[in-house]
Design a protein around this ligand. Structure first.
Ligand code: BGC
Length: 764
């Protein structure tokens, strides 16, 4: 936009709007009127807005058509994950039929669209620009499952700050992140977007991201609104098949799936997104229970709720809504405020109000919540404040962002196996062969949700290794096999085996392509796709030492590798600096310290095999036939929750509790001495778990209660002290009321859930 228009709009149009907005509007239906007059049957549940007077004043000027326009959110045309129902989004801005646009970014594009909204419509209400800035905007950080493996929320908060700086410099106001769906199911493709199977970790990382995106003050142009998604229980579809039915008890919902969302509300997240799935027979997008009762009434959430992509429309195929009008009624009355892509609010709400089926106050409430955020972002003051060419040029892919992306990537890597200290490799180990379809593949390194990242920026493993070793070291690469679920061609085997035979060490770069996990990418098998497993076995058979590097969006079935390959590095998807991060681990420039936030299944049939399972009445006994076990696989996962190795070793000793008894409002401290017993500096993640041995409702065998990641020099001992409050141990009784009943609580501290020191105390 040229300067004239910018000046004209800011100087003339907006003051005009506010002049109008400041007129006496008391006799118009406003939010404050509805607040005063609402009756107990009214569906409106008013929560305090941040800018009530300002919002009222704008609302008072709006026609019903303009109001429903604010509730409409459309995509600007790329990165869609569903049907595109309208190509006309640009024309609709002229007609004031949009409250926001998503997938629109870059200063140029957002200025163009904002100019239409502000200068070409009657009221000039600015648009919100949203995007799935999940793990970085242009500088790409690791996927969430990887980032959670850092067990370092401060680090991830900083990564989200950087993502917000870049995204807002590209004109964006709002991100559809964090995803805090708890999932214990590696078949579900979106496990890659989660922070693993544990509710506490999802809560802590969710809050870290919200704080990183939103900062202290949303008015600051480097911050953006965050979205807690997907509400609720989206992470446990039956069979791990995306969008499938969810059928869990209210107890499980409240104990496992809701806590991260409650933590998000407490952290001040400004928006929520509905889930595609049903909960207890009701699609989430029309759920009075989830949105009215839990989110608004119990938790007092004061931001706005956006649907997931076409989720209002999807209530029809679910068999819940009869038609568009019914779907609109169900959603708006559930206090869902913004319709992503269905356009059903836009088309149906005016008629429903006319017929008296939906109250106008209900629509006012939704509009008010959206306007409130536009005020908070400062858009009414200057709708173009996020779209600044200079800032965009200076901010995107800053050198320090790329350096930080390397640090996060390094800390996300989990060393799964390292027999006889095969790793780290010497930097001059002779001829290095990199074999596998992820060895020099920039595109697939993008992984799931890559926002504005460009594949050509990604550093591959081959490039990373070349960057790390002296120039005279020979490094070669071949794919060997295609990266495909249905192409198991072995045409490249010969070349790969020839290379393996004439090399001194082989680094196998295997795993999944970027679209093999993520949305709508559920799998019934966790096998390495295509002929990769066979290639791995054939290369191993050449006798050249092999290191396996895995890149994937989920744990894979690597039983064979675990038995035969001495060193396994799990790299998930690490973002722009992938190759540099992996190389730094392979050559020991970085000592790996990441740990799993999901129990790594032995095979797919074990799923779900989360660590917070309960004990049965017939716990496994190998000598007894009729006990709870598989007859063809262990009960335990291949690698337990919290597991990960280092190039040094740690010893845990002297676990002690400050009290032997507490009341159900008391607290105690848990201390343990941790020593670095190896000869390298390293990071250790110390984990605290508890178990209530007997309760009026059976309890999981372990629950993570706290953790810390710390750096220890060789020989250094540190005492780690955790404070455990009784409230942290509350569970839901048979009436779903929180309690902590008298009895024994076991305390476990260790490097992962399966290797712990134990102590106990009594609750009196
Ligand atoms: C996903 C959401 C995402 C939205 C917008 C949907 O398909 O489920 O997580 O935010 O698309 O891109």
């Amino acid at each position: 936009m040229n300067n004239f228009w910018m000046t004209f709009t800011v100087a003339i149009m907006l003051p005009l709007l506010f002049l109008l907005a400041s007129c006496d509007t008391r006799n118009t239906a406003t939010v404050s009127d509805s607040r005063v007059t609402r009756s107990s049957e009214s569906p409106v549940r008013f929560t305090e807005l941040r800018n009530p007077e300002k919002v009222d004043s704008v609302l008072a000027l709006m026609t019903l058509e303009e109001k429903v326009g604010q509730l409409n959110l459309l995509s600007s045309g790329f990165a869609e994950t569903g049907p595109v129902l309208s190509e006309e989004y640009r024309d609709m801005i002229f007609e004031a039929k949009l409250g926001g646009v998503f997938n629109a970014h870059t200063v140029e594009h957002t200025l163009d669209l904002q100019r239409i909204a502000v200068e070409e419509t009657r009221l000039g209400i600015p648009l919100l620009f949203a995007f799935d800035v999940i793990r970085g905007h242009r500088t790409l950080f690791p996927v969430a499952l990887a980032e959670s493996s850092t067990w370092d929320p401060e680090l991830i908060k900083k990564a989200s700050r950087i993502a917000a700086k870049e995204a807002t410099a590209a004109g964006l106001h709002w991100t559809f992140a964090p995803m805090i769906d708890v999932s214990p199911d590696a078949r579900w493709g979106r496990i890659v977007e989660s922070h693993g199977e544990d509710p506490l970790l999802n809560a802590i990382f969710g809050v870290a991201r919200i704080e990183g995106f939103q900062g202290d003050n949303l008015y600051d142009v480097t911050t953006m609104m965050a979205t807690a998604k997907h509400f609720a229980a989206y992470g446990v579809p039956e069979a791990g098949r995306d969008y499938n039915t969810v059928d869990i008890s209210e107890r499980t919902l409240r104990e496992i799936h809701l806590p991260p969302f409650k933590a998000a509300v407490d952290a001040g997240v400004r928006s929520f997104m509905t889930a595609f799935n049903e909960y207890d027979g009701v699609p989430a997008t029309g759920s009075d229970f989830l949105f009215n009762r839990v989110l608004r009434d119990e938790w007092d959430f004061d931001g706005f709720v956006v649907t997931d992509y076409t989720a209002i429309m999807e209530m029809m195929p679910h068999g819940y809504a009869r038609d568009d009008a019914h779907a609109a009624e169900l959603s708006i009355n559930a206090n869902v405020d913004m319709d992503m892509m269905s356009q059903i609010f836009l088309n149906e709400l005016p008629g429903l109000i006319e017929q008296g089926i939906v109250k106008e106050e209900q629509v006012d409430m939704a509009v008010a919540r959206i306007l409130d955020m536009k005020f908070e972002l400062g858009l009414f003051e200057d709708p173009y404040r996020y779209s600044d060419y200079d800032r965009e040029a200076e901010t995107i892919m800053r050198e320090d962002f790329l350096e930080f992306a390397l640090e996060v990537a390094q800390k996300s890597i989990v060393l799964l196996k390292n027999d006889n200290n095969v790793l780290p490799l010497s930097k001059d180990p002779g001829h290095i062969a990199i074999i596998g379809p992820l060895g020099d593949n920039q595109y697939d390194l993008l992984g799931s949700w890559s926002a504005a990242a460009e594949w050509s920026d990604n550093v591959t493993l081959l490039q990373g290794i070349r960057n790390a070793v002296p120039e005279n070291v020979r490094v070669s690469h071949v794919d060997g096999v295609p990266l495909s679920l249905d192409d198991d061609s072995r045409d490249g085997f010969e070349e790969a085996l020839r290379l393996a035979r004439r090399s001194d060490v082989v680094i196998m770069a295997l795993g999944e392509g970027r679209h093999m996990s993520g949305e709508a990418a559920s799998r019934t098998s966790l096998d390495l796709p295509g002929a990769q497993q066979e290639l791995l076995e054939a290369v191993h058979a050449t006798g050249t030492p092999v290191v396996l590097v895995l890149m994937a969006g989920r744990p894979l079935d690597i039983r064979w590798a675990d038995e035969h390959i001495p060193a396994i590095v799990n790299a998930w998807y690490l973002g722009t600096r992938t190759g540099d991060a992996i190389a730094s681990v392979l050559f020991g420039d970085h000592n790996p310290g990441g740990k799993l936030t999901i129990s790594w299944p032995h095979n797919v049939g074990q799923i779900p095999n989360y660590y917070y399972a309960k004990k049965t009445g017939r716990p496994k006994d190998p000598n007894q036939r009729y006990t709870s076990k598989f007859i063809d696989a262990p009960n335990a996962p291949l690698y337990p929750f919290g597991y990960g190795l280092s190039y040094t070793t740690y010893e845990y000793d002297n676990l002690r509790l400050s009290e032997s008894e507490i009341t159900n409002t008391g607290s105690l401290t848990v201390s343990v001495d941790v020593t670095n017993t190896g000869n390298r500096t390293g990071d250790e993640i110390v984990q605290l778990y508890t178990r209530k041995m007997v309760a009026s409702v059976t309890q999981p065998v372990r629950r993570l209660r706290d953790f810390t990641r710390m750096t220890l020099e060789p020989g250094q001992t540190e005492t780690v002290t955790f404070t455990l409050n009784a409230e942290q141990l509350y569970y839901l009784d048979q009436q779903l009321e929180p309690v902590l009943e008298p009895g024994t609580v076991m305390v476990f501290v260790g490097p992962n859930v399966a290797e712990t020191l134990e102590a106990s105390f009594e609750v009196r």
